[in-house]
Design a protein around this ligand. Sequence first.
Ligand code: XIL
Length: 301
Amino acid sequence: GTALGATAAETGRYFGAAVAVNKLSDSVYVGILNREFTMVTAENEMKWDATEPNPNQFTYTGGDRLVSHAQANGMRVRGHALAWHQQQPRWTSVLSGSALRSAMINHVTQVATHYRGKIYAWDVVNEAFADGGSGGRRDSNLQRTGDDWIEAAFRAARAADPGAKLCYNDYYTDGQNAKSNGVYAMVQDFKARGVPIDCVGFQSHFTGQSPVPSDHQANLQRFVDLGVEVQITELDIEGSGSSQTDSYSRVVRACLAISRCTGITVSGIRDTDSWRASATPLLFDGNGNKKAAYTSTLNAL
Ligand code: XIL
């Protein structure tokens, strides 16, 4: 193939990018986006602080611009993220208990209803499990409303947009470890009890300290075996040279080896667009030129 999205489509998959809506006026950025990618994720514009800055007052300007751009260019949209402990509006920090629970459910309902029919998959809940060896939930204001907050969010999202795939999304879950075991047990429990969940997103932020694990493919497969799809949702790989190119091709090959690994999204376009730009973790350099990591990714698709 000659472009990431078109080549991924040959096996029925998508290749996406996280997009910052304010960069849609940058012609180099948009040129690469429209040429290479078939799925977009809003980098920040659909988060709670952006969409509901004041209680029950919703602003969809940025997210709507992204949806329009996607629709005009034949791309699908991943919604990100309905319920998360980060990037919450200021007003939720003074809420707790049933007031916070109601605010969260209302948020999920309103946002998923606004975008109903326009979203391929929602990250309904993002990063709810703790790092380290506990395998348990991360402490957060949402978690303190009760352990069932995650299933409540998924049920509200399903009711609001029955056509969207509903995903749980997290990082450091790429190999089998305490954290991914915790997520696995939750998905298994949701499937057993009929709580709506369709997919698990693996953010896939790889670093020198946290490289692509040797059991990456096996770990994705065990989730698929529970009856969900998996997606690589925020891929970026720190470094340069052969360690970076090898890691990109390994991640792509792992996904392609699993029929229900349905797509790969990178966490930005150029290294200079990255949320961790000093790590040069993406597929295009600051001038928009294809890096060696691009070529190895394309060749692996
Ligand atoms: C990041 C954005 O890329 C930044 O622009 C913002 O300042 C912070 O959030 N995991 C996620 C993403 O799920 O939403 C985060 O995005 C990166 C980590």
